[in-house]
Design a protein around this ligand. Sequence first.
Ligand code: GAR
Length: 204
Amino acid sequence: MANKREKIGILCSGRGSNMESIQKAVASGQIKADIAVVIADKPEAKALEKAAAVGIPSVAVDRKAYAEREDFERALIKALDEEGVTLVVLAGFMRLLSPLFVGHYRGRILNIHPSLLPSFGGAHAHRDVLDYGVKVSGCTIHFVDEGMDSGAIILQASVPVLDGDTEDTLAARVLEQEHILYPRAIELYVDGRLEVEGRQVKIK
Ligand code: GAR
């Protein structure tokens, strides 16, 4: 019997361009799964409008409404579980998740980061890349564990860092790759082609 279709919950904090690239890949049939809900940690996140415009249920779980991170995460879990989410996709979600959340969806949370991890983790990857003076950057899709940008790596793509790059020009070059790489990684996950052994992720 065929496996049940995965139900994807996408967490965002802002613009939502990765969410859109994933939605397009679902619509085209590249990703054989359904997007059950898009959740943002701020009501003003553009990602919510974009999701609603294509008919995806979109919900704000406002971080500011909760004094404690665990209470915020319990609300996130409730919203995701209510929609039957089986795979959590962080797409520009700018918050570190605690062991409470990570434990609830262990092995079923993916993240995208706009650098070649383990270099330049954190919230200012492009600025840090330019300050350091490296010649190559890129993006990384990885499983989420309890650390910051530290989970097992699924796919990476590289781009050159050019003389005269600003954070904006570098971010745009990396983003082009993000929009190809994240749908591809989700496709591999959904098709059951990722084999995880510790830090090693093999593609079957
Ligand atoms: C993307 O570049 C993503 O890689 C990055 O935020 C941007 C969100 O853009 N994520 C992180 O920095 C996570 N630490 P989007 O909202 O248009 O997808």
